[in-house]
Design a protein around this ligand. Structure first.
Ligand code: PLP
Length: 457
């Protein structure tokens, strides 16, 4: 029921505003609006007033007119409102604190070595650290030296500290690398499905992005060879999100492709520290004396995603472009944090911490896997396991995953999805954020939501 007031706003505008609100909040796409004659009778308005309101709605795309049938709510506009609603739902849910949050890339609060960090941090503050000057643009030399030693011994990465740049996370690294490589070529290949952050940064840099599909051996090299790309972004040790490892023969093929085409491989080695069934395989960067690989790593997975420390290892050939392009820019990581991390690595705490975090997350991984198999038995299939901070799960029964997400939300539980080969939506359940004794209960609650979602067909 529309209401009209006697004021300076013309009646047709009052009617137009009210129908518009109705379309946004109540009316379904494709539903028919009352005929002009019916509106005249119902509201005692003139035919002209109603026609003008409808004309305005039509001009703005809220309604469509069908010959001899009348006016209908436009399909397009309805879908846009749906999208807006979903987006605001997503935004709200991203910042919310959930009772149970299966975020795929978090560590638990207790796994951060706070005591040691405090000890080393105060040592740094008591040292003669100079806060009055701009520090090294590329990142502190001492920290770069320690990262070089660690990468050499654990990942067989071959470089000097001068090739290392300290950044404040993957997107920062990708922005620097993408900017450097753009001086060589405008087109860049990327894994599909792949890491959305990498794609976003490359889109912002206005790259012509070529998707290369993933198969059971990692990226399809034949597809890559058909492109004119001069660089490719890869997660070769543990493909994100499928978990596939590129076998050695294909790694060598890729390096040969890069050598032959004067191209570069961006190797994102984001979580090789967290491998539970086998030792992590060496990085591509160290293979075949490769000066064609740009290596990017992070401290987010094994130490803390909150510290925001990551790094790039640039091939020597690309250093001059880095110096000339980024001569304005300083590492975004505060000097005291860099120095604390340097001591953490230098004094042997990092090696100990890695052993601890690997064991801890291996246990959490087992608890989550066993709980899932116990509570959901043959209703699910675990698609990816054995490393990282989450398990990928495919339902084996008919279940509406959107409904599951909404029901979870109602219970203050957050679940996440990823793409897996040709499957557009599989569940990515993170275990890293939980304490060991919380996981089974989290899965029990998940099972209750699952049962509820199953009953909606
Ligand atoms: C594929 C991939 N690369 C890199 C990162 C590291 O991101 P950051 O260093 O910004 O924490 C992540 C984190 O989840 C990731 O999934």
């Amino acid at each position: 029921m529309y209401k009209f007031e006697k004021n300076t706003i013309p009646l047709y505008i009052q009617l137009y505003e009210q129908i518009k609100e109705d379309i946004k909040n109540n009316l379904l796409a494709g539903s028919k609006l009352p005929s002009i004659r019916k509106m005249v009778d119902e509201y005692n308005l003139s035919k002209n007033t109603i026609q003008s309101a409808y004309n305005q709605l039509y001009a703005e795309g809220y309604i469509e007119s069908k010959a001899k049938s009348g006016y209908f709510v436009s399909e397009d506009i309805y879908q846009k409102f749906e999208k807006d609603l979903n987006e605001s739902f997503d935004k709200k849910s991203k910042n919310k604190n959930y009772k149970i949050n299966f975020y795929p890339a978090s560590l638990s609060k207790s796994s951060f070595p706070k005591k040691t960090w405090l000890k080393l941090y105060s040592k740094v503050l008591k040292s003669d650290i100079h806060y009055g000057i701009y520090q090294n643009k590329q990142g502190d030399e001492g920290l770069r030296q320690e990262i070089q030693k660690y990468l050499f011994s654990s990942r067989a990465v071959n470089c000097t500290k001068d090739q290392i740049i300290i950044t404040s996370g993957f997107s920062d690294s990708m922005f620097i690398v993408g900017t450097i490589l753009k001086t060589i070529s405008n087109s860049l290949a990327i894994e599909y499905p792949g890491y959305a952050v990498a794609r976003k940064v490359l889109e912002l840099l206005a790259y012509d992005i070529k998707d290369i599909s993933i198969n059971s051996n990692g990226i399809d090299i034949n597809q890559l060879e058909k492109t004119a790309c001069k660089s490719i972004y890869l997660t070769p040790s543990h493909q994100f999100p499928t978990g596939v490892t590129i076998p050695i023969a294909n790694r060598i093929k890729l390096i040969h492709w890069a050598k032959k085409n004067d191209a570069y491989i961006i190797e994102d080695d984001y979580d090789s520290e967290l491998s539970y069934y086998n030792r992590p395989i060496p990085a591509m960067q160290g293979l075949e004396n490769s000066d064609r690989v740009v290596y990017v790593g992070t401290f987010s997975k094994a130490l803390s995603p909150a510290l925001r420390v990551a790094y790039i290892v640039l091939p020597i050939k690309l250093l001059p472009i880095y110096y000339s392009t980024f001569d304005f820019s300083f590492s975004g990581v505060p000097i005291d944090l860099q120095k604390t991390l340097e001591l953490f690595l230098k004094d042997g705490y990092w090696d100990r911490h890695l052993r601890k975090i690997r064991n801890l997350n291996r246990k959490k991984h087992e608890i989550m896997k066993n709980s899932l198999l116990h509570y959901l038995k043959d209703e699910i299939k675990i698609l990816r396991e054995g490393s990282g901070l989450n398990l990928l799960i495919k339902p084996l029964i008919n279940i509406d995953l959107n409904k599951l997400e909404k029901l979870a939300q109602k219970r203050d539980v957050k679940i996440y999805f990823k793409e897996y080969f040709e499957i557009k939506k599989v569940l990515a359940l993170g275990f890293g954020a939980f304490e060991e004794d919380e996981i089974e209960n989290a899965i029990k609650t998940f099972r209750e939501i699952w049962q509820e979602a199953k009953s909606f067909k």
